[in-house]
Each structure stands twice: as structure tokens, then as C-alpha cells.
Ligand binder design. Structure first.
Ligand SMILES: *[C@@H]1O[C@H](CO)[C@@H](O)[C@H](O)[C@H]1NC(C)=O
Ligand SMILES: *[C@@H]1O[C@H](CO)[C@@H](O)[C@H](O)[C@H]1NC(C)=O
Ligand SMILES: *[C@@H]1O[C@H](CO)[C@@H](O)[C@H](O)[C@H]1NC(C)=O
Ligand SMILES: *[C@@H]1O[C@H](CO)[C@@H](O)[C@H](O)[C@H]1NC(C)=O
Length: 368
């Protein structure tokens, strides 16, 4: 029974691959338009990221455990510490107003992708936007819980994600959209897609588009949803998550998947059904950081460590890392990571901003 389900799964997956990539001229043109629009937003994105980093810093300095400080629901604004500033206090409403308005009147200058200072960390990465790329074979159309902490009992390096969403039509942060993310655990598996060793140790595809990849591991568990979850952006266009740093698997650079829904329905059991999908993308991490984390347990227990090892960003299969730079290479799909404490083992916080077209309504590239 289980066996035939696996076989069916594999046949289904390989048949779908052939026509799932957004590579027609029309699709590339859509990407280009998005990118041009996003480029105008660069200063606004810079302000946005700088404000988020300031907010984090203040929350960290306030001394409250981070998960309370950053993730306390609005109903418990200070979670036991009456002086703790909330996001609403930390984000001045003028922050985006000025940036957004000036960007509309000064397109020419903005093309330079102005650097907005944020102490030493903010480099030429104000165009931190992620284009549309494939959702891959591990999305679950139903069952993703609405929650900020997606880690459950998975073991790994504490990682907070601070994901900002701006609408490229306005260069303004986009509140009240649902950011849905999913990722592999520290040894490279997705919830619901356990694999027996014959699959893990199989030979990857040689040559062709899928070079370096294994067949997708079929879904063989319908309960597990760890490292999957969705959260609505707040009034500042930010969705924050608590998770663990993702592990790697055959053929893919380390990444986290995302979708953004502008309409959805919440189910009584805490999951949601997506209605309008505006964006599908993947986020990455610097290879240097990946290589450091590879040395930490349990990342060091990755079943392919000694046979194939990790895939570097530039070797990513299906060109996904490359495509994530956009058609003209202007996007930056890499999280800007900061240490939470004095040493890496205390965890990380990562910032990224997605520039999406909120009026866009797309079909899923991959019918999972
Ligand atoms: C956003 O999507 C809408 C609807 O498809 C389209 O008319 C508009 O040109 C898009 N905007 C950008 C900046 O791509
Ligand atoms: C920043 O990036 C933009 C876009 O890639 C480029 O045109 C510009 O020259 C860069 N500026 C600096 C200071 O590196
Ligand atoms: C990751 O998930 C797989 C599949 O469920 C599991 O076998 C493995 O033990 C998990 N890794 C860790 C470090 O728990
Ligand atoms: C949650 O509810 C939805 C909609 O009623 C249903 O499709 C889904 O199977 C339920 N999931 C769980 C884990 O109960």
C-alpha cells in the first residue's frame, strides 16, 4: 500500500516538472516589470530594513527574553515588562511616508539603488527583494498552521526571521498579507516526506535540467507539519517567525520557501486555505555561514555529508539560486543575518524584504 503510493508519487512528480518553471517570455517580462518597479523602491526598502533592525536592537537591549519581546501578541504588549517598547512605539509612522513619497517624485536618482545607512551592517543591499521562483515539490496546499513559531520539537540553531513585505506598486510596507514559509529540518528533511535510506543514498540525476537532484521524496506522512507555518504581516508589513536554521539536502543550496497570500480563509483548526496567491519565492543564506553551521550538531549528522556534501549557492540545481537574483541579477535573495548573542550558538536573526505585486494573482507553478 505504502509502496504503491510512493511509486505513484514519483511518477506524478517527474511528469509535473517538465512544465512548471516560469520561463516563458511573458513570465520573464512580468519579472522584469516587477524588478523595475522594485528598484524604484530601494530607498524605501532601506528605511524599512533599518527601522526593523533598530526595533530588534531595542528589544534585545531591553533585556526581555527575545521570544517574548519580539513575539508577544499585541494583547500582551509588554509581557511582564511595562517599559518594553512595542513595534508600534518603535516604528514611527513617518518612516515610510517620507521614503515612499520622495521615491515617487525622484525616480531618476533612485535608480542608483541608494545606500541607506544602518550603522556598519547595511551595505549595498537596499534592493533586498526576491523574485518569483518555483515552489518545489514539498509544499502542502492544506494543513499549514497559522503560527509564528514553526520549530515544534525540531533540534537546531535558533533562528528568528524578520520578513518584510512591500508592495512594489506603492513602495509601501504591505500589512495584513499572509506569509507562508516551509523549510527542511537540520538534517535536510521536510515534514511529511520521510525517506528510506535507498532514496537518500540514490544517485542524483546526471546532466539535464535536474542535474544533481534526486527524485522528490513523496509525501508519506499526513500529520507532521513541523517547520511549516504562516503569519500575517503586522501594520508595518512585517511577519516574524521563530525557527531553526535549515539543513541541506541533495542538489539544493540551503533555502527557505515562501508564499504570500493576499486572501485566505482561516480554518477552525488553526490552518488556512489560500485564496489569492501573490508571490512564490525562496530565500537563501551566505555560503560562509552555511559552512560554519554545517559543523554544528545536529547539522553535522546530515546523511549525505560524507557522500555528496552540501551544495553551494552557485551550484544550486535548476538554477534556482541564480533565478532568484532576477532576470538582470538585481535582486538579493539572501537573508542578512546577525548574531543574537556573543557567539553563533546563541542563535541568529535574519532580515529580508520581499517586493511583491499585491495586485498580482498567480496560479501555483507546482500543483503539490
Ligand atoms: C501588478 O500586477 C497587475 C495585475 O497583473 C499589473 O497590471 C501591474 O502592471 C503589475 N505591476 C507591476 C509593477 O508589475
Ligand atoms: C549598488 O548596486 C547598484 C545595483 O546593482 C549599482 O548600480 C551601484 O553601482 C551599487 N553601488 C555601490 C556603491 O556599490
Ligand atoms: C529530520 O527529519 C527526518 C525525517 O522526519 C528525521 O528522520 C530526522 O531525525 C530529523 N533530523 C533531526 C536532527 O531531528
Ligand atoms: C483543518 O481543517 C481543514 C478545513 O476544514 C481540513 O481540510 C484539514 O484537514 C484540517 N487539518 C487538520 C490537521 O485537522
Amino acid at each position: 500500500m505504502v509502496r504503491s503510493a510512493i511509486l505513484l508519487g514519483l511518477v506524478g512528480f517527474s511528469a509535473v516538472w517538465a512544465h512548471t518553471e516560469p520561463k516563458t517570455e511573458a513570465e520573464i517580462e512580468t519579472q522584469r516589470a516587477l524588478q523595475r518597479a522594485a528598484y524604484y523602491c530601494a530607498p524605501a526598502v532601506g528605511e524599512f530594513t533599518a527601522a526593523r533592525k533598530r526595533a530588534w536592537r531595542q528589544q534585545v537591549l531591553s533585556g526581555l527574553p527575545l521570544n517574548q519581546a519580539a513575539f508577544a501578541p499585541p494583547s500582551i504588549p509588554s509581557a511582564g515588562n511595562p517599559s518594553l517598547p512595542t513595534n508600534d512605539d518603535l516604528f514611527a509612522s513617518e518612516t515610510y511616508e517620507s521614503a515612499g513619497q520622495s521615491s515617487l517624485s525622484k525616480h531618476q536618482e533612485l535608480l542608483a539603488c541608494d545606500v541607506v545607512e544602518d550603522e556598519t551592517e547595511m551595505q549595498n543591499n537596499t534592493c533586498v527583494l526576491t523574485p518569483i521562483v518555483t515552489e518545489g515539490p514539498y509544499y502542502h496546499k492544506m494543513g499549514h498552521p497559522i503560527r509564528q513559531n514553526i520549530a515544534e520539537y525540531e533540534i537546531g540553531l535558533l533562528t528568528y526571521l524578520d520578513i518584510g513585505v512591500i508592495d512594489v506598486n506603492t513602495c509601501k510596507p504591505l500589512p495584513n498579507v499572509l506569509v507562508d514559509i516551509w523549510q527542511a529540518n537540520s538534517t535536510g528533511y521536510y515534514a511529511g516526506h520521510n525517506a528510506d535510506s535507498s532514496l537518500v543514498l540514490a544517485q542524483p540525476q546526471v546532466g539535464g535540467r535536474r542535474s544533481g537532484l534526486l527524485s522528490a521524496f513523496p509525501r508519506n506522512d499526513f500529520k507532521d507539519q513541523w517547520l511549516r507555518g504562516a503569519w500575517k504581516t503586522d501594520s508595518h508589513g512585517i511577519a516574524r517567525f521563530t525557527t531553526i536554521f535549515p539543513g541541506y539536502y541533495t542538489g539544493r543550496a540551503t533555502h527557505i520557501h515562501s508564499k504570500v497570500f493576499t486572501e485566505w480563509t482561516e480554518n477552525p483548526n488553526g490552518t488556512f486555505d489560500g485564496r489569492k496567491l501573490a508571490h512564490v519565492g525562496q530565500f537563501f543564506f551566505e555560503d560562509d555561514l552555511n559552512l560554519q553551521i554545517d559543523k554544528m550538531w545536529p547539522y553535522s549528522e546530515n546523511p549525505i555529508r560524507d557522500i555528496r556534501g552540501r551544495t553551494r549557492n552557485w551550484r544550486d540545481s535548476l538554477n534556482i539560486f541564480e533565478d532568484s537574483q532576477g532576470p538582470e541579477g538585481q535582486y538579493d535573495p539572501i537573508f542578512k543575518m546577525h548574531l543574537l548573542g556573543g557567539v553563533i550558538n546563541q542563535g541568529l536573526v535574519g532580515f529580508i524584504t520581499m517586493g511583491i505585486n499585491a495586485s498580482y494573482e498567480m496560479d501555483n507553478f507546482w500543483k503539490g
